[in-house]
Design a protein around this ligand. Structure first.
Ligand SMILES: Cc1cc2nc3c(=O)[nH]c(=O)nc-3n(C[C@H](O)[C@H](O)[C@H](O)COP(=O)(O)OP(=O)(O)OC[C@H]3O[C@@H](n4cnc5c(N)ncnc54)[C@H](O)[C@@H]3O)c2cc1C
Length: 383
C-alpha cells in the first residue's frame, strides 16, 4: 500500500487483481476436477482477506462491513464457491475476535489470519435446515466444560476446516433459548469428518459434514452462552444475507462483461451481435436489475454497519439479487450461443452459485415469509 492510500480502496484493488489473475483462471479446473482450493485460500489470506473485519489490535485489517461486501462481490465474480469459502474463514476469525475469551482468540487467530487454518460455522444438521431452532446436537455440562454429540451437514469449508463454531442444544426441548455456540477443533478426539456430499455446485465451497461423539469443549471455548447464541445468529445472518446478495451481483456483472465483449467480436448476418437490437436488449435489462440489486445491497450494508435493524433490507436484497442472478445468468449464457458452454466461461458455475445463494443463510421462501409476516395484523389490531 502507498502512503496516504485509503486502506479499503487499496485492499479492494488488490482483491480485484487477485480475483482476475489467481481465482478466475483456476476456477474451471476446481470445478471440473471437484477440487477444493486450499492453496489459493492461503494466498487470499496473505492479502488479509480472512482478517478483514478483525480489529488491527488483534492482527486483522479492522475494515468496515461494506468493504467485506465489496470484497464478496469481487471474488464471487470469479468464483462463488471460493468467495464463500474465504469469507467463512474470515467469519470465524471475526467471531473469535468478538466473542471468544481473549486467550482463546489469541491462540487461534494467527493461524486463521495467515490461512494456515480454515474456519467454518455449523448450524445445519441432517434433520434441521431452515428450522434452525430444531437442531439436535446436544451439549451436556460436564466437569471443566461441555460434551458435544451430534451430526452437522452442508457446512461451507467443513470438508477441510480446522476450527468450527458449532451450535448445539444445551437443554433439549427448549428450542432457541437453549442453543449455545462452541469452538470445535477438528484435530481433537470425538471429531470425525464425514465424506463430503457429491453436489452439482462448485467444489471450491468445500461443503462437508462431521460428527461429534462426546467431543469435550473446554470451559473457555464456549463462544456464546444459551440465550445469547440464537439472538446473535439472527443478527449476524443479516450481514451474511447482504454479502450473499452482493455475490449474486458479482456473478451477474462478470457474465455481463463477458457477453458484452463477445458481442463486439462475433458476427452474424454481416453484423456484430451487439448491432442486433433483439440481442442487445438482454444486456440492458440485466443492467437495470443489477443496478437495483446493488442499491438494495448498499442500503442493507449501510444498516448492518450502523448496527440498525436491517432484517427487512437484508431479506429484500437477498431475495431480489438471487432471483436476478437466476433469471439473467442463463439468459446471458444464451447470448453467447454454443460458445457460452465452454467451461472456461463461468455461466454454468455461476448459475449453480446462484442456486446455492437461494439456500444459504435463509432460503428465499423463509425470507419471503419474514417479509410477508408484517402483513398479518397483530392481536387486537384492526385494519
Ligand atoms: C452449498 C451449501 C452450503 C451451506 N453452508 C452452510 C454452512 O456453512 N453452515 C450451516 O449451518 N448451513 C449451511 N448450509 C445449509 C443451508 O443453510 C440449508 O440448506 C438451508 O437452511 C435450507 O435447509 P434444508 O436444505 O434442510 O431445507 P429444508 O429445511 O428441508 O427445506 C426444504 C425446502 O422447503 C422450504 N421450506 C421449509 N420450510 C418452509 C416454510 N415454513 N414455508 C415455506 N417453505 C419452506 C425451504 O425454503 C426449502 O426450499 C449450506 C447449504 C448448502 C447447499
Amino acid at each position: 500500500m502507498q502512503t496516504g492510500e485509503d486502506p479499503a480502496e487499496a485492499l479492494l484493488a488488490q482483491t480485484r487483481a487477485f480475483a482476475e489473475h489467481c481465482v478466475a483462471p483456476r476456477a474451471a479446473r476446481w470445478h471440473r476436477q471437484g477440487q477444493f482450493c486450499r492453496n489459493t485460500l492461503r494466498e487470499a489470506a496473505a492479502l488479509g482477506l480472512s482478517g478483514l473485519q478483525v480489529p488491527q489490535a488483534q492482527g486483522g485489517l479492522g475494515l468496515a462491513f461494506p468493504v467485506k461486501v465489496q470484497m464478496a462481490e469481487c471474488l464471487a465474480a470469479a468464483d462463488f464457491g471460493f468467495a464463500l469459502s474465504i469469507i467463512n474463514t474470515g467469519n470465524v476469525a471475526w467471531k473469535l475476535s468478538r466473542d471468544a475469551a481473549p486467550e482463546v482468540a489469541a491462540r487461534h487467530l494467527p493461524a486463521l489470519l495467515s490461512g494456515e487454518k480454515l474456519g467454518a460455522t455449523a448450524l445445519t444438521e441432517p434433520r434441521a435446515g431452515t428450522d434452525l431452532a430444531a437442531i439436535e446436537t446436544t451439549a451436556t455440562k460436564e466437569r471443566n466444560g461441555w460434551r458435544l454429540s451430534g451430526e452437522k451437514a452442508w457446512i461451507v469449508n467443513a470438508a477441510a476446516a480446522d476450527l468450527i463454531v458449532t451450535f448445539a442444544q444445551t437443554e433439549p426441548g427448549s428450542g432457541a433459548s437453549g442453543i449455545a455456540a462452541f469452538l470445535v477443533d477438528a484435530t481433537r478426539p470425538g471429531f470425525t469428518r464425514l465424506p463430503p456430499p457429491k453436489i452439482t455446485g462448485p467444489a471450491s465451497i468445500g461443503t462437508g459434514s462431521f460428527r461429534l461423539d462426546g467431543y469435550h469443549v473446554k470451559g473457555d471455548e464456549v463462544m456464546l452462552p444459551p440465550g445469547l447464541a440464537f439472538r446473535t445468529i439472527l443478527n449476524d445472518i443479516n450481514g451474511a444475507r447482504t454479502y450473499v446478495a452482493a455475490m449474486c451481483c458479482g456473478m451477474v456483472a462478470a457474465a455481463l462483461r463477458i457477453v458484452s465483449d463477445y458481442g463486439t467480436r462475433r458476427k452474424t448476418f454481416g453484423q456484430t451481435l451487439s448491432q442486433h437490437q433483439g440481442w442487445r436488449w438482454t444486456l440492458a435489462e440485466t443492467e437495470v436489475d443489477l443496478a437495483a440489486a446493488r442499491a438494495l445491497v448498499s442500503e442493507a450494508a449501510k444498516r448492518v454497519e450502523a448496527g440498525a435493524d436491517c432484517r427487512h433490507q437484508a431479506a429484500q436484497a437477498k431475495i431480489f439479487a438471487t432471483r436476478m442472478a437466476l433469471r439473467h445468468l442463463p439468459a446471458l449464457g444464451q447470448l453467447m450461443g454454443a460458445e457460452g458452454l465452454r467451461d472456461h466461461y463461468p455461466f454454468g458455475r455461476h448459475v449453480e452459485g446462484a442456486r446455492i445463494a437461494g439456500l444459504v443463510d435463509g432460503t428465499t421462501e423463509i425470507l419471503l415469509e419474514t417479509l410477508a409476516r408484517r402483513h398479518i395484523p397483530k392481536e387486537g389490531e384492526t385494519r
